[in-house]
Design a protein around this ligand. Structure first.
Ligand SMILES: NC(=O)c1ccc[n+]([C@@H]2O[C@H](COP(=O)([O-])OP(=O)(O)OC[C@H]3O[C@@H](n4cnc5c(N)ncnc54)[C@H](O)[C@@H]3O)[C@@H](O)[C@H]2O)c1
Length: 302
């Protein structure tokens, strides 16, 4: 097993001027200090989000940070829609049933996606494509973004206040980054404003959702369907084969008991197109910095 970066493994980076990290590597103050002491001055993220990096400390220590801002927004948008369709038509349950010779349709009733109202939170690269695809299904799109995009508003959906999106949407899909301001954006208060039976999709970042509040919402049936590709404490679980282990996270284990919940292990990005783009952009980011060329993908400019 390749160890991920954290306070215990950071010494493995000793003597490497550049290191390459992913979403669940720990790049906090202690790790950054050890990296700086060990001679690392460039961190290349193989992902778009950088909420796992202590930016202030990195800047103070003179460590440059580069990322891959867009590798395939289609991969994530298409995956979010795959989750909506799977949950709605219960394909995950139907598939298991048929393997066991059970062809009953009881409990598999779905609804037409056509004409339904979909709320998109965050209309950047991924949210925009999600809206564009769902328009093709004949859905009504509502959007919330503190920085609305004119083209999205004209072509795909209507911008509304956050509260209105919560109240009107049959399906809500999260496509905003995790920032200091929107940690637990979907909390008990937000859930209480949603339509009864709402479907919630999170392919963005786990910290956007208060998982305990979500479990309450599922038990009260306010939330009718939930799909998570990300989880707020995923760094202890995802990207590892734990099939022979006892998972200690009781909140995560509780989520797995609901029939109307799908969880996948941060795989929305995982297409061959995206991997190719990630590799190409990461190599060119590192080369540009090494050769003192302009790098448009710098998060921290030293
Ligand atoms: N599951 C995966 O495999 C995977 C892969 C790639 C990206 N992601 C996640 O998807 C997110 C979106 O990616 P993107 O490429 O579309 O990013 P982007 O930067 O193009 O767009 C993000 C949008 O969110 C908006 N936003 C910021 N704060 C907001 C808030 N509080 N409420 C609503 N909108 C807000 C921004 O104004 C922007 O328009 C990333 O930040 C990342 O967390 C997940």
């Amino acid at each position: 097993m390749t160890p991920r970066l954290d306070e215990q493994t950071v010494n493995l980076a000793q003597g490497f001027p550049a290191i390459c990290v992913f979403v669940n590597d720990v790049v906090n103050q202690n790790v950054l200090q050890s990296l700086a002491e060990n001679g690392t001055n460039l961190i290349a993220l193989r992902c778009a989000g950088y909420d796992n990096v202590d930016l202030e400390t990195a800047k103070e220590l003179g460590i440059t940070l580069v990322r891959v801002p867009a590798y395939s927004p289609y991969a994530v948008a298409e995956y979010a829609i795959a989750l909506m369709l799977t949950l709605n038509r219960q394909i995950h349950r139907a598939s298991y049933r048929v393997r066991e010779g059970n062809f009953s349709l009881n409990g598999l009733l779905g609804f037409d996606l056509h004409s339904r109202t979909i709320g998109i939170i965050g209309t950047g690269k991924i949210g925009r494509i999600t809206g564009e695809i769902l328009r093709g299904f004949g859905c009504q799109i509502l959007a919330y973004d503190p920085y609305p995009n004119k083209e999205f508003g004209e072509k795909y959906g209507k911008y509304v206040a956050f509260e209105e999106l919560l109240a009107q949407s049959d399906i809500i899909s999260l496509h905003c980054p995790l920032t200091n301001d929107n940690y637990h954006l979907i909390d008990e208060n937000a859930i209480s404003q949603m339509k009864p039976g709402v479907m919630l999709i999170n392919t963005s970042r786990g910290g956007l959702i208060d998982t305990k509040a979500i479990i309450k919402g599922l038990k009260s049936k306010r939330i009718g369907h939930l799909a998570l590709d990300v989880y707020e404490r995923e760094d202890n679980i995802f990207f590892e084969d734990l099939s022979g282990e006892i998972i200690q996270d009781d909140i995560f284990q509780r989520l797995l008991t609901f029939p109307n919940v799908i969880i996948t292990g941060h795989q929305a990005f995982f297409t061959s197109n995206a991997l190719e783009n990630i590799a190409e952009t990461t190599l060119s980011n590192i080369t540009n910095i090494e050769q003192n060329h302009t790098c448009n993908n710098q998060v921290i400019i030293q």
